[in-house]
Design a protein around this ligand. Structure first.
Ligand code: AVI
Length: 318
């Protein structure tokens, strides 16, 4: 049962915020841009493709964990919660959870309206008796949940290690924001990627088929299209590097030659070898993960770890 998008919820401020972040990010040295702007329609499609790549283990491993352990999750959460998923659920991951915990409603929250509507329709068809209430919003800010949902006990669902795309300070802020959006008595089921062999990590973000490269480069195409940019996309190359000190994979776009371009009539130039830092994907050890959750106001209750310490799924309470 697919209900209307909640029109009272805060709407994403697409163009002005995109312009501000890109102009600010390109004006810094080194240049950097927030990863949320990857996800236009094409970017969301490319990300879905990434999740099916042989090298990109997080989705496969986490889905297997959910399918194996969601009964245990349901035993702790109990039935009748509204499942609030931060980031539109992929059609393969969320059903495992929804079938195991007897939820009262499913509330996917995502900044990309088109993608949200499509994924919600898929879920609604699979669970015809479950109220599906999509909310188009930037989940890094406080989310105003629709009135009928606000009164229900909640289970926040934040899979995919998306928390890893934030700095520790941003992650703590987000966890606190989620806690206040979800309210008293809430629980949170979160996926967090682990530190592991560097070769495995780097190939997960630099796959042989070049899908991650296309995902990264799509940001430049989006800037050209939406902000009237003149960036020569073919002059840039995708780079994925492991930063051991910060325990993160970094994605960059490297200029392969000196380039001059404009964005919204503002001039920029880059030297050959200079990069735009487009994404961090932090990986956690067991104590780091628990520390981060506690700093964000969540007390870990149960933890499931994938074979070879590939990925962690943690259930926490507010
Ligand atoms: C969405 N996020 C958790 C992905 C990650 O693994 O950091 C984004 C991604 N970037 C490149 N590949 C996947």
């Amino acid at each position: 049962m697919l209900l209307e998008l909640d029109r009272d919820a805060p709407q994403p401020t697409a163009d002005p915020a995109f312009r501000r972040d890109i102009i600010e990010g390109f004006s810094r040295f080194p240049k950097s841009t927030p990863p949320i702007w990857f996800y236009d329609r094409r970017g969301s499609e490319l990300f879905e493709e990434i999740t099916r790549l042989p090298e990109y283990y997080p989705t496969r491993v986490e889905t297997a964990m959910l399918s194996a352990h969601c009964g245990e999750v349901g035993a702790v959460t109990g039935p009748g919660r509204a499942v609030v998923e931060f980031g539109a659920g992929s059609a393969i991951k969320t059903p495992h959870l929804l079938s195991a915990i007897a939820p009262a409603a499913y509330v996917p929250v995502d900044i990309s309206g088109d993608f949200l509507r499509e994924s919600s329709a898929v879920l609604a068809a699979q669970f015809p008796d479950l109220p599906v209430v999509p909310v188009e919003a930037d989940f890094t800010k406080a989310v105003a949940l629709p009135k009928g949902i606000a009164a229900m006990p909640k289970l926040g669902f934040f899979p995919g290690s998306t928390i890893g795309n934030m700095t520790a300070a941003e992650a703590v802020d987000l966890l606190r924001t989620m806690r206040s959006s979800l309210g008293e008595g809430a629980m949170l089921l979160i996926g967090m990627d682990r530190v592991k062999d560097i070769g495995v990590l780097v190939s997960a973000y630099d796959d042989a088929a070049g899908v991650t490269a296309a995902f990264n480069l799509n940001l430049l195409a989006r800037i050209n299209r939406e902000l009237g940019g003149t960036i020569p996309v073919e002059a840039f190359a995708h780079r994925a590097i492991w930063n051991d000190d910060a325990a993160r994979i970094e994605m960059h776009l490297e200029a392969r030659r000196d380039v001059d371009f404009t964005i919204d009539n503002i001039r920029f130039s880059m030297c050959a070898g200079e990069t735009i830092h487009t994404e961090n994907s932090h990986k956690y050890g067991p104590r780091d993960a628990r520390l981060l959750l506690r700093a964000g106001g969540w007390e870990p209750l149960r933890e499931w770890i994938a074979p070879d310490d590939m990925f962690a799924m943690i259930l926490a309470k507010a």
